[in-house]
Design a protein around this ligand. Structure first.
Ligand SMILES: [Zn+2]
Length: 268
């Protein structure tokens, strides 16, 4: 293990443009349950597929009930040492951005600016209107849901309001995918933390990075589908290795400007 830690430090030290790709495994230390782990409360509150959500008011009400039940389980979750290590890497300019499959908002809570976080599966800490895209705060939705058993319709257009996560069966958001791909093509090290890399198209992002010449490091409790193409695989928890990711006092340069990576993109 010491040799692997040394190799990790060396790879990070020699990189100028690191991009993190994070999954549920980085948030388990914060008490956020991993969807796939046995006995996960997600199994008792399975997310409702997008098509059912669209079709049926009953399914929508059940989806909101389950969503709020899950929120209550980790409402007090705070960023852990893994999140903080990445925030430090972003702050020093070592890390360009974090691409995440997580919906828990903990990267934002760790202090990473919004424009340096790419959320592939949306965000569970607020809701959006499916018709006009207006953002709705859960603090406003929840009291109405609890009083009436139904989530309110969008005040602007009367559309259906849905948690701002990407449900099973819902199309991946185009803009975050394009940003993630641009980051993958331009980074020189992709650091996969806590993802089993089985959910596509998200898992195609590290493949793209590797294909464009980046080194690939995977830290995950279990083996992943991409171990064979990784330069370094560490099977373990993220917390204990996070001290070896930073801080990076040797890196005093400006962070890579996002405009140079996302040029020509419409604003997020
Ligand atoms: Zn609307």
């Amino acid at each position: 293990m010491d040799l692997k830690i040394a190799a990790l430090q060396d790879l990070v030290l020699r990189s100028r443009c690191v991009v993190a790709f994070t999954g549920a495994g980085i948030s388990t230390e914060s008490g956020v349950p991993d969807f796939r782990s046995p006995g996960s409360p997600w199994m008792r509150n399975k997310p409702i597929a997008f098509e059912a959500f669209l079709k049926s008011g009953e399914a929508r009400n059940e989806a909101w009930r389950r969503k709020f039940a899950m929120d209550d389980l980790y409402r007090d979750a705070q960023p852990n040492r893994g999140h903080r290590a990445l925030a430090s890497m972003v702050a020093t300019g070592k890390m360009t951005a974090v691409v995440t499959q997580n919906i828990d908002g903990l990267h934002q809570a760790s202090g990473i600016p919004d424009d340096r976080i790419v959320e592939l599966h949306g965000n569970g800490t607020y809701a959006r209107c499916l018709s006009c895209g207006e953002r709705h705060e859960l603090d406003e939705v929840r009291p109405i849901f609890e009083a009436t058993g139904e989530a309110p319709l969008c005040a602007l257009c009367g559309g259906i309001v849905k948690p701002a996560t990407i449900s099973f069966g819902q199309a991946m958001p185009e803009e975050p995918m394009r940003r993630a791909q641009a980051l993958a093509r331009t980074c020189d090290l992709m650091l996969v933390l806590g993802s089993s890399l089985v959910v596509y198209p998200a898992a195609a992002i590290p493949v793209l990075a590797k294909g464009h010449g980046a080194r690939l490091v995977i830290v995950n409790r279990e083996p992943t589908g991409l171990d064979a193409i990784a330069d370094l695989v560490i099977n373990g928890e993220i917390g204990p290795i996070s001290p070896f990711l930073g801080p990076h006092r040797e890196c005093r340069g400006d962070p890579v400007p996002l405009s140079s990576i996302f040029s020509g993109f419409p604003r997020a």
